[in-house]
Design a binder for this molecule. Structure first.
Ligand SMILES: Cc1cc2nc3c(=O)[nH]c(=O)nc-3n(C[C@H](O)[C@H](O)[C@H](O)COP(=O)(O)OP(=O)(O)OC[C@H]3O[C@@H](n4cnc5c(N)ncnc54)[C@H](O)[C@@H]3O)c2cc1C
Length: 465
């Protein structure tokens, strides 16, 4: 092995926050390298967010075409060509990769394709994808290695070679009966997409409800909406055994309170949580400690237990969203420039891209209760928003949590069209610390979904004091 090569900034993994940090540092003249083993630009543009939303859009088109007659646009039978769905997605991913490569080049960041592992503090050995190895030392090192899909320990499951999101988004055939393990956002988005392509779909959720972190009214509404599309659910269900092989024939023994039953299908998709990519990368040799679940132990400035080493994104236990990883970058960037930013109390919204989508910012009712925060709650059915009447997308509701003794908005949840965009409007009001009446009295364009915030916030119960 040659002498170690020195970089001012050395980043392991080209995920959402890591690549932004690399480009920023390289642009400001620092010698910067990023080590990436496979996905240029991380999992979001390659195998997670963007490809899933791309295929979800194909599924939405299929669904709209099927409903055409309702809107006065009659068409023939809908045929799904999964190879074409995949091709459309692949084109977008290729464009994303090309754009990333242009950015690495334009900023002067060296992108090193290979698998990195620590062999000493701040020192990485990289097995290069095209053969050979390099030893790299960083003055400052950043770990942004992400997570991978967990395969629950169930007899026969691993041997059944289940799909994860990566393979599910690469299928060129339509599974006759897809069994989805996991009722979180990854599982539900793909369950609905495949149902709309034409698969029979069964979702099996271990916990007592879908979307375990949401309030029961949210989870129930969502389950009803998806069940209307004939997606089958087994909730509070334990998988006892799996037989067969995904892509061919599979059979699951599932236990619920009503006893054991057999579920037979053609393919299994596992969407049951994520495991950090922190095993076997020599973190012990780098002085970087992990927590009990294998996430890098960081403080609220994302500093690890090793000096001059930071962790970013999912591997650091940050909320599992691209925008959280990107915000990790901003926190580190600002702190390195002398700031004092922290991950504590940041407002991280999320949106699940089912149709209709579910989005939330701030507290749920259950969280407010757990934290002993007294709130006033107001709800509005989406059917009473005039925009929804025009589009015919009337399912779902909005819910806002307002302080019991002040007029701050503490949380907002929505199931309904454009939920992610509406949440952003509420988020800005929350960030500005404005009272809910600002939004209630705002002149909002008609007819839009945001307009629903007016009537929603006109029904806030009076303060308790
Ligand atoms: C199906 C799916 C859909 C999703 N949709 C959304 C969405 O709509 N919106 C949203 O905000 N979030 C979504 N997410 C989550 C989102 O993809 C991640 O939170 C986001 O990509 C941030 O990841 P990261 O920065 O932590 O790391 P990643 O982007 O995962 O990057 C880590 C990188 O490190 C590389 N790597 C790992 N180990 C090594 C090593 N030893 N050597 C070299 N390289 C290594 C990996 O190859 C990878 O490229 C989705 C996730 C899934 C699974």
């Amino acid at each position: 092995m040659s002498q170690p090569e020195r970089f001012e900034i050395l980043i392991l993994g080209s995920g959402a926050g890591g690549k932004l940090l690399a480009w920023h540092m390289a642009r400001s003249g620092r010698r910067t390298a990023v080590v990436e083993r496979r996905w240029i630009g991380g999992s979001c543009p390659n195998v997670n967010c963007l490809p899933s939303k791309n295929e979800i859009q194909s599924a939405k088109v299929a669904s709209l075409v099927r409903q055409g007659a309702e809107y006065g646009a009659t068409t023939g039978r809908v045929e799904i060509d999964m190879a074409a769905v995949r091709e459309r997605k692949r084109r977008m991913v290729d464009e994303q990769i090309a754009a990333h490569l242009r950015n690495f080049k334009a900023t002067g960041t060296e992108l090193i394709m290979g698998s990195g592992r620590f062999v000493a503090p701040k020192t990485l050995e990289v097995q290069l994808n095209n053969g050979g190895a390099r030893m790299l030392v960083g003055d400052r090192v950043f770990i942004n290695v992400g997570t991978h899909a967990a395969i629950p320990r169930v007899p026969g499951l691993e041997a059944a070679r289940p799909l994860t999101n990566i393979e599910a988004l690469e299928l060129d055939y339509l599974p006759p009966h897809l069994i989805v393990l996991g009722g979180g956002y990854v599982g539900l988005e793909l369950a609905q997409a495949y149902r709309r392509f034409g698969s029979r779909v069964t979702v099996i959720e271990h916990g007592p409800q879908l979307m375990g972190r949401e309030d029961p009214d949210v989870s129930e509404s969502l389950q009803r909406i998806l069940a209307d599309e004939e997606i089958h659910f087994l909730v509070g269900a334990e998988i006892v055994r799996v037989d067969g092989r995904s892509g061919n024939e599979v059979s699951l023994v599932v236990r619920t309170i009503s006893g054991e039953q057999k579920v037979a299908g053609s393919d299994i998709l596992v969407a049951a949580g994520r495991i950090p990519n922190t095993a076997d990368i020599g973190l012990d040799k780098a002085g970087v400690e992990l927590d009990a679940r294998g996430f890098v132990h960081v403080n609220e400035r994302l500093e690890t237990t090793a000096p001059e080493v930071w962790a970013i994104g999912e591997c650091a236990g940050s909320p599992q969203f691209t925008h959280a990883s990107e915000d990790d970058f901003r926190i580190i960037r600002d702190n390195l420039a002398g700031g004092a930013r922290s991950t504590r109390d940041r407002l991280v919204p999320y949106s699940m891209f089912t149709d209709p989508p579910l989005a939330r910012v701030g507290l749920s009712e259950a969280e407010a209760q757990r934290q002993g925060v007294e709130v006033r709650v107001t709800r509005l059915p989406i059917s009473s928003v005039l925009r929804a009447q025009t589009t015919g997308e009337t399912q779902g509701f909005m819910k806002a949590l307002i302080g019991a003794r002040d007029d701050r908005i503490l949380g907002f949840t929505m199931i309904g069209p454009e939920a992610g965009e509406v949440v952003a409007t509420v988020q800005v009001v929350m960030l500005a610390g404005l009272p809910y009446s600002t939004l209630r009295e705002a002149v909002l364009a008609h007819p839009t979904m945001v307009e629903g915030l007016g009537p929603l916030l006109s029904n806030v119960p009076p303060r308790t004091e």
